[in-house]
Design a protein around this ligand. Structure first.
Ligand SMILES: Cc1cc2nc3c(=O)[nH]c(=O)nc-3n(C[C@H](O)[C@H](O)[C@H](O)COP(=O)(O)OP(=O)(O)OC[C@H]3O[C@@H](n4cnc5c(N)ncnc54)[C@H](O)[C@@H]3O)c2cc1C
Length: 499
């Protein structure tokens, strides 16, 4: 087993930098590793990235931080999944919900999978995902996905939070446990004769040496791309979006649902992320199809924003660096790679990268680690590409091109072919071993949620060879489970009381 390094410097104090600092400190501090984080207050952080997957819950659990400790300080809310609206113009499929998984799904998932296959092969049975899943019901009824103590099934969920506040919370947590925090603007990176990083040198001349470095410097990728010259592999051919325009709004009247909304627009999609004090919104679009002024106008119109309300324009560098662990440096966060935020996976990848890195370090398994991370990026990318390729919308050039895009990996081609040939999609996901990126449930929900079935006039009545499920039974079961869950506002209020 390789001994941990004696000293680590993390460059970057965004969410990725502080998450990494805390995870490294937890595993290595007992071996005497000194951990420092350098960031520049003059540069600041990107300040977006406010939705998570359930991995963030696991992260806080790992650090032993209770929800009542961090959620109120970060204006955080619960997230049961993501609602996609306007991605399909097929009647009955105008929106669908991508739920985070629960153990309860075991009771209805088989019925849903069976029904999608029957419908794919031309039988007229209900196969829209929404009625089958408890998380969908929880979000739509304004509940929180927090299982009450007597509920005997695991329900996984994510969060929405303020990007600035979560960084500040993790900074305070880390520094109180001994992580050193330095404000300095790094101007150059010194390498030794073997090409390893030796020191970071600040504009004011200070020099910072360590045995190991983490590049969490955001899209700048100052160490890994700047000094170590690791190539960046862009994903532009597969995913068109390269910019975003962002704005905050007040809550809608009637409270907030525990879900992110993704609403398809003329050249991309708009997110709505509800926090306890505001809603974060952003239009993620492709500058090949719409210019920033028109995208801003479309966002303003969608949100009903006044002309003088603040918006912020951002460029997105989508792709990944070839290897995440290069020489004596690990890249995390935006410095490592970025996939557009359609499924809010960036922090998920940060946590997964650092935890797998710690295991790989112990076993001295650098190549296997780099290959697994690259595969994870590509696995998630394929799921995102599938959204665009199988959306059923063709009203603008953007959507006509996105739905015809043939820059698909062999893996994604295999999934899409299995679906349209009426084959067992669960089996295909297993065969390719891609369920660790997205479960069969997620693939089924997306492909069925957009209405990728033969058109209604081609469907035949089910016949005796097809099992038909009584949707009233499904509805009673899902509704009966959901009613155990607290209302979202009530769950958030309880956190405030115990904070
Ligand atoms: C439009 C958009 C929407 C997103 N939505 C989501 C989402 O819903 N969910 C999700 O998980 N992720 C999302 N992300 C990604 C998310 O924003 C990032 O993964 C997350 O914020 C982590 O960023 P970071 O820490 O890597 O970089 P940053 O926040 O950019 O931090 C970089 C740090 O490096 C420091 N730095 C850089 N250069 C130097 C230097 N020379 N000297 C000293 N310090 C330096 C900066 O000061 C800063 O502290 C989104 C991203 C975009 C662009």
């Amino acid at each position: 087993m390789l001994a941990p390094p004696r000293s680590v410097i993390i460059l970057g104090g965004g969410t990725a930098g502080w998450m990494t600092a805390n995870l490294l400190h937890r595993r290595w501090s007992e071996h005497g590793t000194e951990i420092s984080l350098i960031e520049s207050s003059a540069i600041g952080i990107i300040g977006v990235g406010e939705g998570s997957t359930p991995q963030l819950k696991a992260f806080f659990d790992t650090l032993g931080i209770a929800e009542s400790e961090w959620m109120p300080r970060c204006n955080a809310t619960y997230k049961a999944g993501i609602e996609f609206a306007g991605w399909s113009d097929r009647p009955g499929y105008e929106r669908y919900f991508h739920p985070f998984p629960t153990d309860v799904d075991g009771f209805t998932q088989g019925q849903f999978f069976y029904s999608t296959r029957a419908r794919r092969t031309g039988r007229d049975v209900p196969a829209h995902p929404d009625p089958f899943f408890i998380q969908t019901r929880i979000a739509r009824e304004g509940r929180a996905p927090v299982a009450p103590p007597n509920f005997p099934f695991l329900v996984s969920y994510g969060y929405h939070f303020d990007a600035h506040l979560i960084g500040a919370f993790l900074r305070d947590f880390g520094t109180s446990r001994g992580i050193e925090h330095v404000d300095a603007k790094i101007a150059s990176v010194e390498l030794n004769e073997q090409g390893d990083v030796k020191a970071l040198v600040a504009e004011d001349g200070r020099r910072f040496e360590a045995e190991f470095f983490v590049d969490a410097s955001g899209f700048r990728a100052a160490i890994v791309e700047g000094a170590l010259k690791e190539p960046h592999r862009p994903f532009g051919e597969n995913l068109f979006n390269d910019r975003a325009v962002v704005a905050a709004t007040e809550h809608p009247k009637g409270g907030v649902q525990a879900c992110t909304r993704s609403i398809a627009k003329s050249a991309g999609w708009i997110w709505n992320i509800p926090l306890t004090n505001r809603v974060g919104n952003g239009y993620v679009y492709s500058s090949r199809y719409i210019d920033p002024d028109d995208a801003e106008a479309e966002l303003r119109e969608h949100l009903g924003l006044a002309g003088n309300a603040d918006v912020r324009h951002l460029q997105m560098k989508c792709g990944r660096i070839e290897r995440s662990w290069v020489k004596n440096c690990l890249a995390v966060g935006l410095a490592q790679g970025f996939l557009e935020p359609l499924e809010a996976t960036a922090l998920h990848i940060v946590i997964n990268t650092v935890e797998s890195f710690l295991d790989a370090w112990e076993e001295d398994r650098r190549d296997g680690f780099n290959a697994a991370i690259a595969r994870r990026y590509e696995g998630i990318r394929d799921y995102l590409v599938c959204h665009y390729r199988t959306a059923l919308r063709s009203d603008t050039e953007y959507w006509r091109d996105a739905t015809k895009n043939d820059a698909l990996s062999d893996s994604l081609k295999g999934v899409i072919t299995a679906w349209f040939r009426g084959q067992d999609l669960e089996e295909e996901v297993k065969r390719q071993d891609i369920g660790k990126f997205y479960l069969p449930l997620s693939w089924h929900c997306m492909l069925a949620g957009y209405g990728n079935f033969p058109s209604a006039d081609m469907l035949k009545p089910p016949g005796p060879d097809i099992v038909q499920f009584d949707m009233a039974d499904v509805d009673r079961f899902v509704g009966g489970c959901a009613m155990n869950f607290p209302m979202h506002a009530e769950a958030l209020g309880r956190l405030e009381e115990t904070a």
